[in-house]
Design a protein around this ligand. Structure first.
Ligand SMILES: C[S@@+](CC[C@H](N)C(=O)[O-])C[C@H]1O[C@@H](n2cnc3c(N)ncnc32)[C@H](O)[C@@H]1O
Length: 280
């Protein structure tokens, strides 16, 4: 059975409610690997004092915090996300300010009467099953001269941290990614991302490519932490594999990481990130 969009979004929300604390600690708050993009996104979208900014799918509020410091006391920032847990962390991570709010909303179903100068959205566009709906809402929330800044991961072959495991796991567990789930790297090339944004009516589109690096340690660390950090529904599927299959799977993953493994045994993954800016 294929997941309906609404079911996929429910599932995503549940997963983010579970993983948000680990995500914040391991990745977002420490700006490692792909999260070097947070500072780049802020720089590229060029936020000024007094700007009104919406940070869509703000997660645990790391981008939101940087935006708040740019807009100062005369600006205004809203961080919005479907995950209640992520929003709770975002509220703790950000100092309480009268011009900063966090709200629980679905990117595909929101409306603000206020208009924004800028909307940012880091590492989330691909989670929206109907990205056009979300982009339409973004457009409707922008002032006429408004801008957007969107970060996405590159195609899976350019993000081996994900693909070394996922390409192997899906050979052993074909429904590891549920049928009907959107392809999470569908906006992972400059042309695909540009096309989606231009379809939504934006202009002056520019996409910059970055290749960051991330070391998950030695192979055993990479594998152990992967298992430790995955959400319950995926862990249950992995746990369903019998011992010998799991051993074969681990070996297959290991083979895929060899090309990124240095002499001292540490893996160093390249990580492609695209950052798009565009105008209303
Ligand atoms: C990888 S995190 C990125 C969080 C944050 N932008 C950052 O850079 O740290 C993806 C976020 O998208 C949120 N998300 C997924 N689907 C969503 C939807 N339909 N509407 C709003 N937020 C959504 C998740 O809850 C999660 O917090």
């Amino acid at each position: 059975m294929k997941l309906k969009h609404s079911e996929y979004k429910q599932r995503t929300m549940k997963i983010w409610n579970e993983v948000a604390p680990r995500y914040h600690k391991r990745w977002a708050s420490v700006s490692v690997g792909p999260f070097q993009s947070t500072a780049k996104l802020i720089e590229l979208v060029d936020i000024n004092k007094g700007n009104k900014v919406l940070d869509l799918a703000c997660g645990t509020g790391v981008v939101t915090k940087k935006i708040r410091s740019k807009v100062g006391n005369s600006g205004y920032v809203i961080g919005a996300d479907t995950s209640i847990t992520a929003i709770k962390i975002a509220k703790k991570w950000n100092e309480r300010k009268s011009n900063l709010d966090f709200v629980n909303i679905d990117a595909e179903k929101f409306y603000f009467s206020k208009k924004f100068d800028i909307v940012t959205c880091q590492y989330a566009l691909f989670f929206f099953p109907n990205a056009q709906k979300a982009l339409k809402n973004i457009r409707n929330s922008l002032k006429k001269s408004g801008k957007i800044g969107i970060s996405v991961h590159g195609r899976k072959e350019r993000v081996p941290f994900f693909s070394s495991i996922l390409d192997s796991v899906t050979q052993y567990i074909p429904d590891y990614i549920p049928p009907g789930a959107p392809n999470l790297d569908r906006f992972g090339t400059k042309s695909a991302l540009k096309k989606e944004i231009s379809r939504a009516g934006f202009s002056k589109i520019s996409v910059k490519e970055f290749v960051f690096h991330y070391s998950p340690g030695k192979f055993e660390d990479y594998w152990r932490n992967y298992i430790k950090y995955i959400p319950k529904p995926l862990k249950e599927k992995l746990d369903g594999l019998d011992y010998s299959k799991r051993k074969q799977l681990k070996q297959l993953v290991k083979e895929k990481t060899i090309q990124y493994t240095k002499k001292n045994g540490e893996i160093l993954f390249p990580w492609q990130v695209l950052i798009l800016t565009a105008k209303y």
